[in-house]
Design a protein around this ligand. Structure first.
Ligand SMILES: Nc1ncnc2c1ncn2[C@@H]1O[C@H](COP(=O)(O)OP(=O)(O)OP(=O)(O)O)[C@@H](O)[C@H]1O
Ligand SMILES: [Mg+2]
Length: 293
């Protein structure tokens, strides 16, 4: 899915000209995200049908939800409904709630990382990472300091990389910038649409490990779309498997947190069994589609 850069990013909408006023304490809510019989149609095409799930608000911790499913089953649609991004938003039927309230537009509580590299080509790494803070009116010295902190956190070298432009970076480095750009804004919900899909296998494993580390610190709820079952099982606290279009959840699996780095987890028996179980579900789905069921 080719996405234009930052204007699509919900966290960066409605730039505030001056520093935001202090926020009142966040109200308590039961669910971070709630889908109630959500159906989305484009004309005659039903993309998702009756999708229902709840992600509860866990104190001081967010859940990591991995979403798997065949191409075209509506995974990106689900993320964009949460983000409030048109034309997928609004739903044709049903209700999408974030923090127990219906989604009405994008907001700074939700932020999206796309598969395609979405940094500004004409901004340096530092200015890309600082972009959202700039929109929020954070003073230059503070945003520079925070951007540099995040550049280091995602494993880039401040001295070597902060002044580079995206065209001078590898794919893995660009996705590190995309992650820094998102997490610097402390969104409550992070929506990731195949963010590592274009990376080589080794870089991908490193990025998974980095993401787990950063996510634990961020205490955000993550929705992570992937075509890799191993990636879903490694990263997910919970995995949703979607059916072929019109997409609906056909399997939900709860997964204990990873105890080892990805390349070692891949060899663990329990891990292999979970991956095989999901692969069987997805293979059955593919063969029933081929048989025209
Ligand atoms: N703007 C649109 N107008 C019409 N149909 C659309 C639009 N956006 C998506 N669709 C259709 O909705 C369906 C689901 O699309 P979606 O992008 O959510 O699938 P996906 O599961 O993310 O697929 P992939 O794994 O290939 O990324 C597809 O059939 C797609 O063609
Ligand atoms: Mg998609």
């Amino acid at each position: 899915m080719a996405e234009p850069p930052a204007p699509e990013s919900p966290a960066l909408e409605s730039p505030a000209p001056e520093a935001p006023a202090p926020q009142p304490p966040a109200p308590a809510y039961a669910n971070v995200v709630d889908f109630r019989k959500v159906t989305k149609r484009f004309g005659n095409l039903t993309v998702i049908r009756d999708v229902t799930f709840s992600v509860p608000d866990l104190p001081d911790k967010g859940e990591f939800i991995a979403i798997l499913g065949p191409s075209g089953c509506g995974k990106s649609t689900v993320l964009r409904l949460i983000a409030g991004l048109r034309p997928h938003f609004p739903a044709s039927e049903g209700t999408v709630l974030v923090a127990d309230r219906p989604v009405v537009r994008p907001g700074s509580d939700r932020s999206m990382v796309f598969q395609d590299y979405t940094s500004f080509d004409n901004r340096t790494v530092e200015d890309n990472v600082a972009f959202g803070l700039e929109c929020r009116g954070v003073p230059a010295a503070e945003r520079r300091a925070r951007a540099r902190e995040w550049i280091a956190k995602v494993g880039l070298d401040v001295k070597r990389d902060a002044t580079k432009y995206p065209s001078e970076l590898s794919g893995g480095m660009r996705q590190r910038v995309a992650i820094a750009r998102t997490l610097i804004l402390s969104p409550r919900i992070i929506l990731m649409d195949e963010p590592f899909g274009a990376l080589d296998p080794t870089t991908r494993l490193h990025m998974q490990e980095l993401l787990v580390e950063l996510w634990k610190e961020a205490q955000a709820t993550v929705f992570f779309v992937t075509h890799s079952i191993e990636e879903a099982v490694y990263l997910g606290d919970r995995v949703y498997v979607f059916s072929t279009a019109p997409g609906t959840i056909i399997r939900e699996m709860t997964i204990p947190p990873p105890t080892l780095p990805p390349k070692d987890m891949l060899r663990e028996r329990a891990f292999i069994e979970r991956v095989s179980e999901i692969r069987d579900v997805m293979d059955a789905l593919a063969s029933s589609t081929r048989a025209g069921d």
